[in-house]
Design a protein. Structure first.
Length: 418
């Protein structure tokens, strides 16, 4: 292919990347300038069943159960179930001591999704409840979580996502970056869409699913990202996902780079798996039925593909010697690098001020604020890991949790921010 042909290809691909990026920028601006949705108070106290899949979580399971028992909600209107999955420690015993109903799973399950799917099948005719609440064993739950979800359920929502924040954001720069990552998801994906009447996203924990949805079999749990599967099925079924910013779940974030890479690889594999399984159906339904949620989920599922194409386009331009930014701008190259450095410093200051404002954190979070742009590029080596290893070689591995904090230890400013 001639250089002129390569240049045209790069220009076309660059234009597509810019349009794709602009789509998310628009929603980001919507999220910034719109207030958070308040659900109408429901006088009816619906019954909820909390589900906590746990495998060797003795260090943290008791604190989660305690936080659920401290809900500002009638005790007769909810139950707490811990599903002990092939535990070799005292997870089941500790959960029972703290007041949870313990269900021992001895079946051959390989992921959280499979475990939950099996539970829903068995519970279809045995458990009478209005909705299930799904948490990870390392979580802590705000006292108003059930009340907030009850209001959302009262407005007719069958699936809802609460706000996910970190309980250990200052442990390392990695955990600080995770907090910023989920702040973006909370505000620019979920809040931005829901405040203009569009369906939100799920992020694995702090989720409400009505019993009729669970009984319908739409929760497959076949991939390692069962939340993305449910998102796709809800979009195809024309069921909106509510974002309940007042329902707060505190999550334990990874503090080491190696642990983060394993988790991000699992998310990447699950996202690509969902794209393969649902991509064509989502796109077809989006245009045939003018279903915005299907188009939105399709665009989200191809995000990593778009990122790799964008990176490939840049590499192609460099390898073929196409004119770079220095050739297009009549200024010395050193001024460009100086400007980029100043922009990086400014972004670090802004990111840190956001953390300080919304989570009340000190200078311990400054390294994470500085490293966040670098953290976002971690997806590149994760993409390469997926390319060379392949999803068929991936084996789901639980991430060890050790931060046994209490709900009272969480900063109040973190609970009020959205």
């Amino acid at each position: 292919m001639a250089i002129s042909g390569v240049m045209v290809l790069c220009m076309v691909l660059t234009a597509i990347m810019l349009i794709y990026g602009a789509y998310y920028v628009v929603f980001g601006l919507i999220g910034i300038f719109h207030s958070y949705h308040s659900f109408k108070h429901s006088k009816i106290k619906h019954h909820f069943t909390a589900l906590i899949p746990a495998r060797n979580e003795e260090a943290v399971i008791g604190e989660l159960v305690d936080s659920l028992k401290k809900q500002n909600y009638p005790k007769k209107s909810y139950t707490i179930n811990v599903i002990a999955d092939h535990c070799t420690d005292r997870t089941a015993e500790i959960a029972g001591e703290h007041g949870a109903t313990v269900i021992i799973n001895e079946a051959d399950t390989h992921s959280k999704g499979e475990l939950l799917n099996r539970f829903f099948r068995l519970a279809k005719a045995r458990i009478h409840t209005d909705a299930y609440l799904i948490f990870d064993a390392d979580n802590l739950v705000e006292p108003d979580f059930l009340s907030q979800m009850n209001d959302a359920y009262g407005e007719g929502y069958k699936v809802a996502q609460g706000r996910r924040v970190g309980k250990n954001i200052s442990d390392s720069w990695i955990s600080t970056c995770y907090e910023l990552f989920f702040m973006i998801q909370n505000n620019f994906l979920n809040h931005a869409r829901f405040c203009v009447g569009k369906s939100g996203y799920l992020n694995g924990t702090g989720i409400m699913i009505s019993k009729d949805i669970a009984d319908s079999g739409l929760f497959y749990g076949r991939s390692v990202t069962e939340d993305m599967e449910l998102e796709a099925n809800m979009a195809l079924s024309n069921v909106d996902i509510a974002y309940v910013s007042g329902a707060v779940t505190f999550d334990e974030y990874p503090i080491k780079l190696g642990t983060s890479l394993r988790q991000l690889l699992r998310w990447y594999i699950g996202q690509m798996d969902c794209f393969k399984r649902f991509g064509s159906r989502l796109l077809k339904t989006a245009f045939q039925k003018k279903n915005f949620a299907c188009l939105d989920k399709f665009l989200f599922f191809i995000m990593q593909i778009v990122s790799m194409v964008s990176l490939g386009t840049q590499i192609l331009c460099v390898c073929t010697g196409l004119p770079g930014i220095n050739a297009l701008l009549p200024i010395p190259a050193w001024t460009i690098f100086l400007g980029l450095g100043a922009l990086y410093a400014l972004s670090t200051i802004v990111i840190y001020q956001i953390l300080k404002r919304y989570r009340g954190q000190t200078t311990s979070c400054l390294p994470g604020a500085f490293m966040f742009p670098v953290f976002m590029y971690i997806w590149i080596p994760v993409s390469l890991m997926w390319i060379f290893r392949g999803s068929r070689k991936y084996k789901w591995e639980p991430i060890q949790h050790v931060r046994a904090l209490h709900i009272e230890d969480m900063p109040r400013s973190g609970r009020e921010s959205a």
